[in-house]
Design a protein around this ligand. Sequence first.
Ligand code: PRX
Length: 632
Amino acid sequence: MSQQGTEASEAEIAVHWQEEGSVNPPEKFVVQANLTDKTVLERFSLDNFPDCFKEYADLQTAIHFVPEPEQEGTQHVTYQELFVRVNEVAALLRDFCGLKKGDRVTLHMPMVPELPITMLACARLGVVHSQVFSGFSGKATADRIVDAESHVLITMDAYYRGGQLLDHKQKADVAVDEAEKEGVKVEKVLVWQRYPGRYSSPTPLVAGRDFVMNEVLSGFRRHRIDPVEMLAEEPLFLMYTSGTTGRPKGCQHSTGGYLSYVAGTSKYIQDIHPEDVYWCMADIGWITGHSYIVYGPLALAASSVVYEGLPTHPDAGRPWRIAEELAVNIFHTSPTAIRALRRAGPDEPRKYNHRFKHMTTVGEPIEPAVWRWYYDVVGKGEAVIVDTWWQTENGGFLCSTVPAIHPMKPGSAGPGVPGIHPIIYDEVGNEIPPRSGRAGNICIQNPWPGSFQTIWKDPDRFVQQYYARYCKDRNSRDWRDWPYMAGDGALQAADGYYRILGRIDDVINVAGHRLGTKEIESASLLVEEIAEAAVVPARDDIKGKVPDLYVSLKPGLAASEDIRKRVEDSVIREIGPIARPRRVVIVPDMPKTRSGKIMRRVLGAISNNEDAGDISTLANPEVVDEIRKIKA
Ligand code: PRX
């Protein structure tokens, strides 16, 4: 039979069928369906062909990289490209560096797609990554290299921040030298290039030690690596955070528990769907970026935005332009960033057509007035807000409203997220009655999958710092006897929402990040003339809190601008500009108790122009007025 004949007969059969009545899809299906927006047919009309299919192409994207210089344009990394690049880097780490499961690698990388690519390559090999915030100094990086005993450092030549192409490679040289002094030799430094094929740092490469990633990678094109099998309990990464002593703690996070916790909370609390474009403005160098830029959103197959630079560069409209261009619909940032954007451009968000369905705040308490601006102006009154309280140690959120279930309350984090059961204890270990509005130390009664497993190489400190205080029975192996102490003061209001009041230990929360006062004090004591140092938190309109540093000099020395400057430089060299004191005050003596303890409470009152309260118990009450005069 001819082809023509076949077609004719099929067409005839078709017309013999009667028109039927229509059958509607079950409601149960409709409410969960991916496509319910009936305007889709207009979007895909012939007039919009072929651009309409960009909507499908966009589902592919894993990472949108937005360089700080606006003229550079956004780079899109699809899931397929991510897979290819992660495999190539994993092959390089295994075969060029000899890295294997359980080895540690320190990363000191800025906000570029190569950072998640490198992290995922480590994960593929079971290599434990330890990413150090790019703003930290070479010395701070060295301390983390030494603690983790990393023999490979991965960095980048340069990156943009505030309109400057910063030389980042120089910090790697400092880090390697300092680490060697402390007994750990870095064998290889792998240097990504901000502009592939062009070395953008004035700091030369060290022959035999430093290797340009893109050059070495050319030998690994299209290599595929089977993922190394990992038990759920084996470590995925270390993330260092400040504590009450001078030494940062390496929080060890697990593979299975951590990944499931960040995937679950990204889905339920961040409300991320695969088709969402999600932008968390944190830095991947902090836990927020690990959990809620890299692992959580990518586990859910969403698109995650990585922005290189300052939110206010070149102006306070930048975030809203990015959001508009990429159709970001879930936005995540800190109160510090919100305050800065509000001050620099209170009306900027109104100029752009971005539309958020969901917004997050994290890292520090948010003042109700700032919350309102976030809600009304940034979210245009359409976006739900979650205020998420948690810590580096926790892997993911501890307290937050569930966005479609609980009402929001400005300034309050909300109840424990599903599966998290907070409890508040007083100083002596009695439970503060639930919903009483009375403040105490917030703890979590039960363990959860995202929790850190220990402090790297310091299991005793892990128990001591987080579990000993409210432990009911030191010999017990029952979790009910071991509540987790977060180190924050909090109260639970009558409605069951928790309000977080701040740290109860010697940690200052600056711009949503923890700095140990002891770290800053130790850095200032490196200046020869300094006898004593005390750091206290001073209130700041933008950053929430900033460190004020009080120092006294060794006997017989006179205060000078030169000493003050060297103290400030030492803090920046040892830790990084994030720890820069608001002011360094050289005092004739510290306010002290008769037993010689420095009364930081009194210094804190001076810094914040508050009444110092009862100072009659001081050994040297007269110094309080002297300090007030010097500070003024
Ligand atoms: O004091 C709490 C504060 O930040 C501390 C944790 O800091 P870090 O480990 O750097 O992690 C920051 C991002 C997870 C906490 O002990 N904090 C965090 N989130 C909030 C908060 N304070 C009030 N409200 C929050 N939502």
